[in-house]
Write a protein that binds this ligand. Sequence first.
Ligand SMILES: C[S@@+](CC[C@H](N)C(=O)[O-])C[C@H]1O[C@@H](n2cnc3c(N)ncnc32)[C@H](O)[C@@H]1O
Length: 198
Amino acid sequence: MGKWFAAVYDTAMKGLEEKKFISIRERLLEKATGRVLEIGSGTGINFPLYKNAEKVDAIEPDPHMIGRSELRLADAEVPIDIHQQSAEKLAFPDHTFDSVVATLVFCTIPDSTKALKEIIRVSKPEGRIMFFEHVKMPQPPLAKMQEILNPAWRKICGGCNLNRETLVDIQNAGIRIDKVDSYYNGLFVTAECTNTKE
Ligand SMILES: C[S@@+](CC[C@H](N)C(=O)[O-])C[C@H]1O[C@@H](n2cnc3c(N)ncnc32)[C@H](O)[C@@H]1O
């Protein structure tokens, strides 16, 4: 992704966040406790919202996103380290994290199966895994529209896909989904999950 995309994303999200998303993020992130891994931290929009974490390790592959997120470190209430890494290959030992957070990122990760496998590996057994994602909608006509728009959307929006079935992928990975909340007719979902694997 380019420098321009990081700038446009940051500006667009600031507008959306103020109006709609911030309370969804706050409610989810207050449950991130202990040692926390954030996947694809982007411009660091979540950084000021961690209240109960001991420490956050944020991974993000894009250097332009990382550059922007560094500006948000000053607003964080907990220690945060940013690492240039991809979710498909995490440079952390097994069973490191009490909580893992992914927000609006499984739409973009190229190999979500591999990423979920890595999340399970670095999570402690019974660790919490939290998602806030946009997904393929449950209404067939809207889902069809998402399929039609996806190729162009993906090109314009830095590899973001409108048609991912992330809840299905989470379940198929063997992660237990404890609670799902859905927003905007099912376009956005939050999922609070547990790593049940040893
Ligand atoms: C739509 S942005 C979301 C950023 C942030 N999580 C948020 O909530 O606003 C998607 C992010 O996923 C990152 N990303 C793309 N591929 C990734 C991968 N393989 N592993 C981790 N993050 C990835 C992108 O660089 C980008 O920062």
